[in-house]
Design a binder for this molecule. Structure first.
Ligand code: PHE
Length: 455
């Protein structure tokens, strides 16, 4: 078997995994699903799911990934000593494929915004016009498809370089820059007139606003944003040396990701209320609100451009991880095949993504189960395949891998004690699966969904 590559530095791994986590999920999706899903109550649930379910799962994925030291499909086979378990890895590969097919569409929108600013096309008279401008931009079939292709091209070029030269170097520069710019943005947003209303909307829970659907969305969102349930984290951890402290890495990544999501919310909702926009505007939210926030500050458009470039980087570092799991699985870590399969994967994903790309324009009336192609893909991945994958991984790690193997893997690189291990194990073995099943089997939600489908 080919020699597995390794991350060059500890911080390189953390930034690459944080790069996988931090992306459209925290910056674009979180504010709008929080906006439609009940504001503060949604945020509260999201944090709870992240800590109680996300954290144990992330550690679980790291542990088996590092133990396996191979591609995700073989990791499951190897650790259970049974080839049939490879299907969890295969499911992750499939999910990542579908995920990137619509993720790259949004990546393309960011590129189009960047082009717009540079060519001076993003200046409007009043703030509400940004909403229409965005709708115009994403409904153009030609430019959106070209932009989606460009996004995939960048991902292909980086991933084909391998993990150290490509993914690690890129993440080391992009992630810290993103954090710094976000701090500036939040300060600016909080100083807007009426900012407190936005802050309250995001942080003060009103549980009467929760519906079974928003609970499912909060669960889906906490997995989506941490890249859980698709074995991406298993893949990244397979490049880890045994000296890495796994619990500490998991905590750092969760912290970074949650801070970015919180900052995205704090950057956006004050603006929403200050400019009297709708918090439940949906996917358009960040693209319509942020230009307005930036527009009201000195050098606004230059800063907005800087923000978009970093936003694009954040989306790209997540895309790298989706391409990487597929490439790692098909090449079985054979470096000589990497280039060819990265190109093949990237091009296929682009082609499969074209209908999603067009579903905000020429295909907007084509609906399945009452959803556009884009929404259907997103719903299937975020709210079905990812929680299902997470459930399978939790069950696999806690019931089919020997407890001793897990404990000794955890101890390598960390001096975590028995108690921590036991708490983690109980969470993964009982709490995570039960919680996922409860949310999944929500009778009310399911019923509503079925009714919707037949409407
Ligand atoms: N976590 C990424 C984001 O929030 C999305 C992702 C999901 C990436 C699953 C890889 C795997 O943008």
């Amino acid at each position: 078997m080919a020699q597995q590559e390794q991350w060059k530095s500890k911080i390189g791994f953390i930034l690459a995994t944080a790069g996988s986590a931090i992306g459209l999920g925290a910056i674009w999706k979180f504010p709008y699903v929080a906006g439609t899903g009940g504001g503060g109550a949604f945020f509260f649930l999201f944090i709870t799911f992240t800590l109680v379910l996300g954290m144990p799962l992330l550690m679980g994925e790291f542990l088996i990934g590092r133990k396996g030291q191979t591609n995700p499909i073989d990791t499951y086979r190897k650790l259970a000593s049974n080839p049939k378990w490879g299907f969890i890895g295969k499911m992750g590969v499939f999910t990542s494929f579908i995920l990137l097919s619509f993720y790259s569409v949004v990546g393309g929108w960011i590129i189009l915004y960047i082009v717009k600013i540079v060519t001076g096309g993003l200046s409007v008279q009043n703030d509400e016009q940004y909403m229409h401008l965005f709708e115009d931009i994403i409904s153009n079939p030609f430019s959106t498809v070209i932009a989606q292709f460009t996004f995939m091209l960048i991902a292909i070029l980086v991933v084909s370089q391998g993990i150290q030269k490509g993914i690690e170097v890129a993440s080391k520069i992009m992630m810290p820059a993103l954090l710094i710019l976000f701090i500036g943005l939040v300060i600016r947003s909080l100083s807007l007139d009426g900012a407190m209303e936005g802050v309250k909307f995001l942080l003060v829970p009103d549980f009467s606003k929760l519906t079974s659907e928003s609970i499912l969305f909060a669960l889906g969102q906490s997995f989506f944003t941490l890249s859980l349930g698709v074995s991406v984290m298993v893949t990244y951890a397979s490049y880890l040396p045994k000296t890495q402290n796994i619990p500490k890495s998991a905590i750092s990544i969760i912290l970074l990701n949650t801070i970015i999501a919180l900052m995205a919310g704090l950057a956006i909702f004050p603006g929403v209320f200050a400019f009297e926009l709708e918090p439940n505007a949906g996917p358009v939210l960040i693209f319509a609100v942020l230009p307005a926030v930036f527009n009201h500050m000195p050098f606004g458009m230059v800063l907005f451009l800087a923000f978009l470039i970093l936003f694009l980087f954040a989306a790209l570092t997540s895309a790298f991880s989706m391409v990487e799991i597929i490439v790692a699985s098909v090449t079985k870590s054979d470096a000589t095949k990497r280039k060819k399969y990265t190109w093949l994967t990237g091009i296929l994903i682009f082609i499969v993504g074209i209908p999603s790309c067009l579903s905000y324009g020429v295909l907007s009336d084509v609906k399945f189960f009452n959803k556009t192609v884009f929404d259907l893909m997103d719903f299937t991945v975020s709210n079905i395949l990812m929680p299902l994958g997470a459930l399978l991984i939790a069950v696999f790690v806690s019931r089919f891998v020997s407890k001793d193997v897990l404990y000794s893997e955890l101890k390598q690189g960390s001096n975590i004690g028995n108690i921590f291990f036991s708490i983690w194990f109980v969470l993964l073995k009982y709490v995570t699966p039960i919680a996922i099943i409860i949310v999944f089997l929500d009778v009310v939600g399911l019923f509503k969904w079925i009714v919707n489908v037949f409407n």
